[in-house]
Design a protein. Structure first.
Length: 357
């Protein structure tokens, strides 16, 4: 949100910071590297993710520089929400606490300017109002580096009004809550007695315990039956709707991965607890890391003034030609006060905490 506001006003910034019961089920899915069924343990809407070792990151042709080098990581067992937090769940939190999300509050210029280049002029007051970023398709092909061509700073857009003040959540109670900032997700987590996953926990969970490119296996998202809510067609102007959804989809609309988790690819980007450091993986090479919690501070050479948190999983806007964020190893980042139409979250809990409940 911060740099988008300034870019929209003065074009001084070259990049935009896109701001219950207990049951045991057995699943067998195509695309997993193992032919054995994986026993999925569920409790109160959460899935038990087993402990494991894996190589985090990627070195394939689609990998970005911040995804390498691959490095060995161990993650202890933990519980993870089977789906993204839904509008119905977030509404229960708001009704119980009276919480007001970041998108529903006017931006504070005194706070914004602390993470912007020195001498950045103050935006017009019309931009400093409660709002969020909403996707608007273009009329035809454009330069994909011009993010502001498909993002609109929409006054009064929020989790309750996903497209603006005239839109509602009617019929979308089971869709993921969106326009959620990292701070919003943290507030919900505190209320729910859970926490955001670390980036390592998230990647291990998305992999389903296998060294595969996507949560479902190796088959490209554009081949076979629809596997995730993503952009199919020419981004950002032509969506072929092969998966039937233009914006968000109801959670669990597609098959789960081998750990029994839904929508670990596509639908909405999901916040992690970690700060984002472009060079972080380089610091972890040639060693085995146990339960990493991310870097101590944020660093992005392309946005050096902005503190950013990690997001994972891709969204309904991800496309092979532009984003491919639905890859297990794909990383994204944004400032923690940013909420967008394609940003949500899911939570985790330690095994000890669940056992003591």
């Amino acid at each position: 949100m911060k740099t988008f506001l300034i870019s929209s006003f003065s074009k001084l910034i070259s990049t935009i910071n896109l701001r219950k019961g207990f049951i045991v089920l057995v699943f067998l899915f195509k695309g997993c590297t193992s032919n054995k069924p994986h026993e999925v343990e569920l409790k109160e809407g959460m899935v038990l993710i087993p402990a494991g070792d894996f190589y985090m990151g990627s070195d394939d042709s689609q990998a970005r520089p911040d995804e390498s080098p691959k490095h060995l990581v161990h993650v202890d067992a933990f519980w993870m929400d089977q789906t993204e937090v839904t509008n119905a769940q977030f509404n229960a939190f708001v009704e119980a606490t009276g919480y007001v999300t970041t998108a529903e509050r006017p931006p504070d210029w005194e706070e914004l300017k602390k993470e912007l280049p020195p001498d950045t002029p103050k935006p017009h007051d019309s931009l400093l109002q409660a709002a969020s970023l909403v996707f608007v398709p273009t009329e035809g092909p454009i330069n994909l580096n011009q993010y502001d061509q498909w993002w609109k700073w929409q006054p009064k857009a929020s989790w309750k009004h996903p497209l603006g003040p005239e839109s509602t959540l009617e019929g979308k109670e089971n869709h993921p809550a969106i326009h959620i900032s990292w701070y919003d997700a943290q507030a919900y987590a505190l209320w729910a007695g859970k926490r955001l996953p670390t980036e390592a926990e998230w990647e291990w969970a998305a992999s389903g315990g296998s060294a595969q490119k996507y949560p479902w296996g190796e088959e490209p998202v554009t081949e076979g039956k629809p596997k995730a809510n993503a952009w199919e067609g020419a981004f950002p102007y032509q969506n072929d709707l092969r998966d039937q959804f233009f914006f968000t989809a109801p959670v669990a609309a597609f098959e789960p991965n081998a750990f029994g988790l839904y929508d670990m690819a596509g639908n909405v980007w999901e916040w992690c607890s970690d700060w984002y450091d472009y060079n972080y993986y380089q610091l972890l090479s040639n060693q085995k890391v146990v339960n990493p919690k991310g870097p101590e501070r944020a660093y992005d050479p392309y946005q050096p003034y902005t503190q950013q948190k990690v997001m994972r999983g891709g969204s309904f806007l991800c496309n092979e030609a532009y984003c491919s964020g639905y890859r297990v190893a794909a990383r994204m980042k944004s400032s923690p006060d940013t909420g967008l139409q394609h940003t949500g979250f899911r939570l985790v809990k330690s095994v000890k905490e669940v056992e003591s409940d």
